[in-house]
Design a protein around this ligand. Structure first.
Ligand code: ADP
Ligand code: TMP
Ligand code: ASP
Length: 236
């Protein structure tokens, strides 16, 4: 597999073409950003740790029957994926109230929900990823009604697989964000699943083990990402 031209430089990954038009080369960077790029830092080893956690989780999802873009790792920080036509929405599932839902609705962080809540956000840094609903997506043409239904079903299905996986590692899966795209008529899970796009709390102490450590200046960001990897049994 040959790495060709850079197609996109994102906040935490670069995307390159390959000699196969159906495949992309993702590179996980040490760049950390929060608040839609307003806060930035370099965190040593973040690219490697996220690439490896992502590969492990994508493998678990595939094994559970969730179709993803993931093909294989290429190095410590690089992965080969199927080239998707991404839908410009972010799918969030919450098991415990935190972050923007806590602020928006005035519900204390840590409130355990009786059932998971699903939210859509429009993927736009300039607009700060506003909360949207099915009607916005369908009428504005960001996805079809059928794609909306499939994104929701797949995002909940991911919860069924990952909640017990993290629980067995002594970690509560508080919430997470997924992105989807189309590949030859099939809707696949894209992007990444790592502590950058999830909230992960130690099940006993409630200590944060995810990107909130960076957002909220709690320190030991990568040390905690490494602890997540260790508990899941991801070799680093
Ligand atoms: P951002 O764009 O939010 O800054 P990243 O730094 O993670 O995010 O950049 C990776 C970009 O690649 C994201 O915009 C994501 O939607 C896109 N992407 C992820 N997986 C795929 C894929 N399989 N095919 C095409 N694009 C993808
Ligand atoms: P929120 O509480 O800020 O809405 O985020 C919910 C979860 O989704 C949290 O784990 C962070 C993740 N997320 C991202 O990673 N990127 C995003 O752009 C958004 C909106 C959420
Ligand atoms: N879209 C946001 C960013 O990376 C998500 C976050 O705050 O983590 O800037």
């Amino acid at each position: 597999m040959e790495k060709r031209q850079e197609l996109y430089r994102g906040k935490s990954k670069t995307v390159h073409a390959t000699d196969d038009p159906d495949l992309l080369w993702l590179t996980f960077l040490n760049d950390a950003t929060a608040f839609d790029g307003a806060k930035k830092a370099q965190l040593d080893r973040k690219g490697e740790v996220n690439c490896k956690i992502n590969a492990f989780i994508m493998g678990k999802l595939e094994a559970a029957g969730v179709r993803t873009h993931f093909v294989r790792v290429l190095s410590d920080t690089e992965a080969l994926v199927r080239k998707l036509t991404m839908l410009p929405v972010e799918c969030v599932v919450r098991n415990v109230v935190a972050g923007s839902m806590s602020k928006r609705l005035g519900i204390p962080e840590g409130t355990v929900l009786p059932a998971p809540i699903f939210e859509f956000f429009y993927k736009s840094d300039a607009l700060h990823d506003p909360l949207i609903n099915d009607s916005h997506i369908e009428v504005l043409g960001w996805a079809t009604r059928d794609e909306i239904a499939r994104m929701k079903a797949l995002t909940f299905r991911v919860n069924d697989v990952l909640k017990p996986l993290f629980a067995a590692a002594g970690i509560t899966l508080v919430d997470y964000k997924l992105e989807f795209g189309n590949y030859r008529g099939e809707l696949l899970l894209g992007d990444e699943l790592s502590p950058d796009g999830c909230r992960l709390w130690d099940s006993t102490t409630q200590e944060k083990m995810d990107k909130d450590r960076f957002r909220r200046d709690l320190g030991n960001v990568i040390e905690m990402y490494i602890e997540v990897a260790k508990r899941l049994g991801v070799p680093l």
